[in-house]
Design a protein around this ligand. Structure first.
Ligand SMILES: *Cc1c(COP(=O)(O)O)cnc(C)c1O
Length: 360
């Protein structure tokens, strides 16, 4: 069977060329007689794989030398706790922006460790937009400011970088990472689970400025202390070796395609194709404010929700899966990360136009 177009929000599609390369190297990596999965994480082959993955990520994102790159496990969800444990640094409270389901989870977890000041929220309009920075009530004494630049469920993306003065900016970039260039130096900490736009599930990456490490709250477990992993090159314990290897292949592929500026161009073209179709239609609707339309996760509804199942069936018949929207938004959601080729989006919009003709 040919590969299908997989619009899953995560774990998500991986680039075909990466999968094929991994297949070719699966049993006998570079003639060493074993798979990457079987290597000691302290052996020279694996150490080189991880070092190269880190170097390539640093090059792709332009990560300054004053930042550590940590390869961890536990998902972005663990970072909801690790961020306050490590970054409160004796301060009473932290600032959080609330733009959707993932923001809410981060806020809930942070409340276990300190006071949370919600600087602004878009809950009043079912998380369909991001509040402008001039409405945020920032606290100059906050330990840090946390936000979610791309809400994966609501499809709400923030394309500007908040100005937080001397207060470190923390971002959950799980579903926007590597989709376009960002200025890492504007952030104190960036974290993301790999399974959306980087690689397989099981790997979580944290990019953190050196001066924010080493001041954990009392009782922080060794494994939840960034310093543990920073001091040991993410090898304090066994890292998720195979996931790091695949992520490394993805980084190399992105470099060969011209890096993140080139990815942004392609991603904008893909998203535009879909948003133009939604705008031209009286049958399909985008619930998201124009300025916040995500490039990666595009929710849309049908005029008549009773047709949802039929839409999903029609999509499947044309080789497209995982388009069902999250229950909090309803309708459909097309996740179109880097690995989704433009042909997948073209197939989707053709099918949408046909469906509208039939049912509109
Ligand atoms: C998927 C996602 C998470 C949760 O990631 P896990 O790795 O499953 O813990 C958190 N934040 C955002 C923005 C996400 O998209």
């Amino acid at each position: 069977m040919e590969r299908i177009f997989n619009f899953s929000a995560g774990p998500a599609a991986l680039p075909r060329e990466v999968l094929e390369l991994a297949r070719d190297e699966l049993v006998n990596w570079h003639g060493c007689g074993m798979s990457v999965m079987e290597m000691s994480h302290r052996g020279k082959e694996y150490m080189a794989i991880q070092a190269e993955a880190e170097a390539d990520l640093r090059e792709l994102m332009g990560i300054p030398a004053s930042y550590k790159v940590l390869f961890l496990q536990g998902g972005a969800s663990s970072q909801f706790a690790m961020v306050p444990m490590n970054l409160l640094r004796g301060k009473a409270s932290a600032d959080y922006l609330n733009t959707g389901e993932w923001s809410k989870k981060a806020i809930k977890e942070a409340k276990k460790y300190g006071q949370v000041n919600v600087v602004a929220s878009s809950e009043d309009k079912n998380f369909s937009y991001a509040p402008a920075q001039n409405t945020w009530k920032l606290d100059p004494d906050a330990a840090y400011v946390h936000y979610t630049p791309n809400e994966t469920i609501g499809g709400v993306e923030i394309f500007w970088t908040p100005e937080t003065g001397n207060v470190p900016l923390v971002a959950d970039m799980s579903s926007t990472i590597l989709s376009r260039p960002i200025d890492v130096s504007k952030f104190g900490l960036i974290y993301f689970g790999a399974q959306k736009n980087v690689g397989p599930a099981g790997l979580t990456i944290v990019i953190v400025r050196d001066d924010l490490i080493g001041q954990t709250v009392k009782g922080t477990p060794t494994m939840f202390d960034y310093q543990t992993h920073a001091e040991n090159d993410s090898m304090y314990n066994t890292p998720p070796t195979y996931a790091i290897y695949i992520a490394g292949l993805v980084f190399k592929m992105l470099k060969s395609r011209g890096g993140l500026a080139a990815m942004e161009k392609i991603n904008r073209a893909k998203a535009q194709l879909l948003y133009d179709t939604l705008d031209a239609s009286t049958f399909f609707n985008s619930p998201v404010a124009r300025d916040n339309r995500s490039l990666m996760n595009i929710p849309f509804t049908l005029k008549d929700a009773a047709l949802d199942d039929e839409f999903l069936k029609a999509a499947k018949a044309r080789g497209m899966v995982q388009l069902k929207g999250h229950r909090s938004v309803g309708g459909m959601r097309a996740s179109i990360y880097n690995a989704m080729p433009i042909e997948g989006v073209q197939t989707l919009v053709e099918m949408m136009k046909d469906f509208e003709k039939q049912h509109g």
